[in-house]
Design a protein around this ligand. Sequence first.
Ligand SMILES: [Cu+2]
Length: 275
Amino acid sequence: MKKLNEWIVGLAALVVIMMITWGIFAVGDNMRPGVTPFSQDVYALHNTVMGVVTVIGVLVFTAMFTSIILHRRSRHPNAAKFSHSTKAEIIWTAIPVLILVVIAVPATRVLIDMEDTGDAEMNIKITGYQWLWKYDYLEDDISFYSALDRDSNRARQIGSDLAPQDVDNYLLDVNNPLVVPVDTKIRVLLTADDVIHSWWVPDLGWKRDAIPGMVNEAWTIIEQEGTYRGQCAELCGKDHGFMPIVVEAVSKEDYAEWVATQQGQTTASMGSAAP
Ligand SMILES: [Cu+2]
């Protein structure tokens, strides 16, 4: 009867651990798969590693709980006298090394892929400022600043007449989103003009620091049209929380149209400025 109780406790502990792990996945509190082939690679890699660590966790905790319960002092008042086992030590060194090597292979492949900015169809330079972003489309000769939208900025002020809950996408919208075409390899060059910022849109599967005096590279191919939101991810001063990122991924036709409108606007403003 006593032994049965112990097994029930051990089993219950195991079930709790497995339920917690399963719950994390089932509730959806997991990484998002994103909308680029690259973000999906990162997602798959994350899930694989999560699976490996779950199995390890279950095995380790099972061994720990059963040892605590089955070898407790009331049951075995005299401690065992053995000191070590070379065989066991070799096994518990070799198995983790093997697991690390198995994980390292796909991880390295994804890391190398992350750096491969070759064959890009267009280049966008992103510059971080306190506290907004500047986007330069190097081929299309378009350049603009992207800052927190006016309503969010009004609602965030102390004593504002506009309540945050009355603003759609509070603190997540910008005045000028970054418009990009889908299914196009885009190379992104990142830098900053004052302090270190970090450009992060979770759906793209990467985050890169924007550092003054340095140019960091990244790339993306967005496969689905849509609006993708992000944040500055490097504490950069008092308004760090107020420089969101919005990426508008549109079809290639819509992008061409947008470029034409933007360039038309620039020409018009230059024309009016001319004597
Ligand atoms: Cu910043």
